[in-house]
Design a protein around this ligand. Structure first.
Ligand SMILES: CC(C)(COP(=O)(O)OP(=O)(O)OC[C@H]1O[C@@H](n2cnc3c(N)ncnc32)[C@H](O)[C@@H]1OP(=O)(O)O)[C@@H](O)C(=O)NCCC(=O)NCCS
Length: 203
C-alpha cells in the first residue's frame, strides 16, 4: 500500500490553474450541475444536457452556444473576493505534493443574510466553497480542509461558521454534519429550495 501524505496550507498564486480544474470538475457534478451555460442567457447545462443535440437554448430559445459555466476569470475572481473580505482565508490541500482540494471563506454580516436572523450570531464567518478533486475523495481530505478552516476562523476570533449546501448531496452533508460537527439551521436558500444552511458554533 502506498503511503499518502496530506498537507493543508495557504493558497498561493501558483495553485490557481489546478484549483480551477478541481473547481470546474467538482461543481459540474450533480446536484450542482454547473458544467456549461448558454452564452446568451447564462442558463446552466449539466454534462448530460450539454451532450444532447439541441439547436436552440431550452431557456431563452436563442441559437445554442455553450460556454464553460465557470470561466477561469470568474473562479479567480471568487478567490480574490474571498481574500479581500474581513477575515478572508483561502486554503488548499496537497496529497503527495499535488493539489487535491481547497476551501475559502470570510466574515459575514447579518445584513447580507437577513433570512438567517434567528440562527446566526453577530460574529459569524461563511465557508463559501469546499471541493476535493474527484480522484482524491473519501480519503479524509475534505475533513482536513474543513477542520483547518474552522481552526483558522476560531483563531481570528469568529464565534460561528455558516455553510450552505444542497441536502441532496450526501457527500457534503456527511462532511459537514458527521465529520465536522455542523448542525442544520432549518433555513433554506430563498432562491434554491434544496439548499440549506448549517452552522457550527466555535465556542
Ligand atoms: C464534499 C466533498 C468536499 C467531501 O470531500 P472528501 O475529501 O471526499 O471528504 P472526506 O473524505 O473528508 O469525508 C468526510 C465524510 O463524508 C463521508 N463521505 C464522503 N463522500 C461521501 C459520499 N459520496 N457519500 C456518503 N458519504 C460520504 C465520509 O465517509 C466522511 O464521513 P465520516 O467522517 O463519518 O467517515 C467532496 O465530495 C466534493 O468536493 N464534492 C463536490 C463539491 C461539493 O459538493 N462541495 C460542497 C459544496 S458546499
Amino acid at each position: 500500500m502506498n503511503a499518502r501524505t496530506t498537507r493543508v496550507r495557504p493558497f498561493a498564486e501558483r495553485d490557481l490553474a489546478e484549483l480551477i480544474k478541481i473547481y470546474r470538475a467538482a461543481f459540474a457534478e450533480p446536484p450542482w450541475d454547473e458544467f456549461k451555460k448558454c452564452s446568451g442567457c447564462g442558463a446552466p447545462y449539466s454534462r448530460e444536457e450539454a451532450g444532447e443535440p439541441l439547436q436552440s437554448c431550452a431557456y431563452c430559445d436563442r441559437e445554442l452556444s455553450l460556454t464553460d459555466f465557470w470561466s477561469a476569470r470568474e473562479i479567480a475572481g471568487e478567490i480574490d473576493h474571498a481574500r479581500s473580505q474581513r477575515g478572508g482565508i483561502v486554503i488548499v490541500a496537497d496529497v503527495n505534493g499535488a493539489l487535491a482540494g481547497f476551501t475559502y471563506g470570510y466574515g459575514i454580516k447579518l445584513e447580507s443574510f437577513p433570512f438567517l436572523g434567528g440562527v446566526m450570531n453577530g460574529n459569524a464567518a461563511y465557508m463559501d466553497d469546499i471541493a476535493v478533486g474527484p480522484d482524491k475523495r473519501e480519503m479524509g481530505v475534505g475533513t482536513e480542509l474543513g477542520a483547518r478552516f474552522l481552526e483558522l476562523m476560531g483563531e481570528q476570533g469568529f464565534g460561528q461558521v455558516v455553510v450552505r449546501t444542497d441536502e441532496r448531496n450526501g457527500a457534503s452533508m456527511a462532511l459537514f454534519e458527521a465529520a465536522l460537527g455542523f448542525s442544520k439551521t432549518g433555513v433554506y436558500d430563498p432562491k434554491f429550495p434544496s439548499r440549506l444552511y448549517l452552522k457550527k458554533d466555535l465556542r
